[in-house]
Design a protein around this ligand. Structure first.
Ligand SMILES: [Zn+2]
Ligand SMILES: [Zn+2]
Length: 388
């Protein structure tokens, strides 16, 4: 039976798992219920090994192919965590926990990979070893990095990694992928501008921190516009401005700025870090103030290996006639990047249809995308490790 037909058959079961995860969202590493259920199902499917507590709350399962060979070892990854958002979908399976919801579709990713695990454990129509990876804390907690640091690659001998994310606005069951950067490096910075506060009517006796901060906010855009190659991509956004003054007539002692810096290239990333520090400290100095810059590197660029992208696209084309390879990368971050930094692999988007965007309270994972997603995961194993 072709893969896709089997997943059409499994759809009600996979949908039920997905909706159960959706009703019980958990944040960051605190995914105990979800991980417990994932491990329970993987054991039910007859996976050869199931290990819990990898990278704190991650789950790893091993499925060996039909022939006991020293074949390839491929890792397939899904994420399990939800977001601190109050759900507004009105779905019958809506979150039962106020203030938490699966607004990024990780419930769907987990369910689709479980579907693939069930299929692979029952068919084993491949020659090699498939590793199912369920990670915690994708949403800002670097759970992928935690699993890597816990020995994911060496403990299971993983040679290639494949990951997937749903994408609203793309037709259901369609795919998009490209070689190179798919998602951005996502860094953040804190700038503390210190001057001399005082009476707002006596600015000459003060060092105006708000004026210095305002100049810094404007000048930071010159890093993107004038330092970075115009054919490259970069974003600097200052998102928080706060001061220690609450009065209309008090110049603050300190102004704090918080923001994010995104890039798709290691060199550009270094330029942003250097540029933000240089501009903030020197603009502050020009105004007689000081600026302390704390630049924190977050998730690296999610970069697809060229060959792995071809394999991933070929599997997608066998499932769907809509595989977009001219897609534009996104400036969001993705911590699957930590796995792709260790071994070659690829990350693909699967269409979620005309739904609200991820991270929106009205977003919902589209269950109709399940057969395509599960088929792709399973297809990667069967195509990269064909049975002899
Ligand atoms: Zn997200
Ligand atoms: Zn996500």
């Amino acid at each position: 039976m072709p893969i896709k037909n089997r997943f059409a058959e499994l759809l009600p079961e996979i949908t039920a798992w997905r909706r159960d995860f959706h009703e019980h969202p958990e944040l960051l590493y605190d995914v105990h219920r979800t991980a417990g259920r994932v491990a329970e199902l993987l054991r039910e499917f007859g996976c050869d090994e199931v290990t819990e507590g990898v990278g704190r709350t991650g789950v790893v399962a091993v499925i060996r192919g039909k022939t006991d060979s020293k074949g390839r070892v491929i890792g397939l990854r899904a994420d399990m965590d939800a977001l601190p958002i109050h759900e507004q979908t009105g779905a019958e399976y809506a979150s039962k926990t106020p203030g938490k919801m699966h607004a990024c579709g990780h419930d769907g990713h987990t369910a689709m990979l479980l579907g693939a695990a069930k299929y692979l454990a029952e068919t084993r129509n491949f020659d090699g070893t498939a590793i199912m990876i369920f990670q915690p804390a994708e949403e800002g907690g670097a759970g992928g990095d935690a699993m890597v640091k816990d020995g994911l690659v060496d403990r299971w001998g993983i040679q290639e990694f494949y990951g997937m994310h749903n994408m609203p606005g793309m037709p259901v069951g369609s795919f998009a992928i490209k070689p190179g950067a798919m998602m951005a490096a996502a860094d953040q910075f804190d700038i503390t501008v210190t001057g001399k506060g005082g009476h707002a009517a006596k600015p000459h006796e003060c060092i105006d921190t708000t004026l210095a901060a305002a100049q810094i906010i404007v000048a930071l855009q010159s890093v993107v516009a004038r330092n970075v190659d115009p054919l490259q991509n970069a974003v600097i956004s200052v998102c928080v401005v706060s001061t220690d003054s609450t009065a209309h007539n008090v110049i603050p002692q300190v102004v704090k700025l918080k923001g994010t810096a995104r890039s798709l290239d290691a060199e550009v990333r270094a330029q942003l870090e250097e540029g933000i520090t240089r501009v903030a400290t020197n603009i502050a100095a020009a105004m007689g103030a000081t600026a302390a810059v704390d630049y924190q590197r977050g998730y690296p660029v999610t970069s697809n290996d060229t060959e792995a992208t071809e394999w991933a696209a070929a599997v997608a084309r066998a499932i769907s006639d809509r595989v977009d390879m001219d897609m534009v990368p996104m400036m969001g971050g993705e911590d699957f990047s930590y796995m792709l930094n260790e071994r070659p692999g690829a990350y693909i988007w699967v269409g979620n249809g005309d739904t609200a965007m991820v991270h929106h309270p009205a977003y919902d994972f589209n269950d109709e995308a399940i057969p395509a997603g599960s088929s792709w995961y399973a297809g990667m194993v069967e195509s990269r490790m064909p049975a002899a």
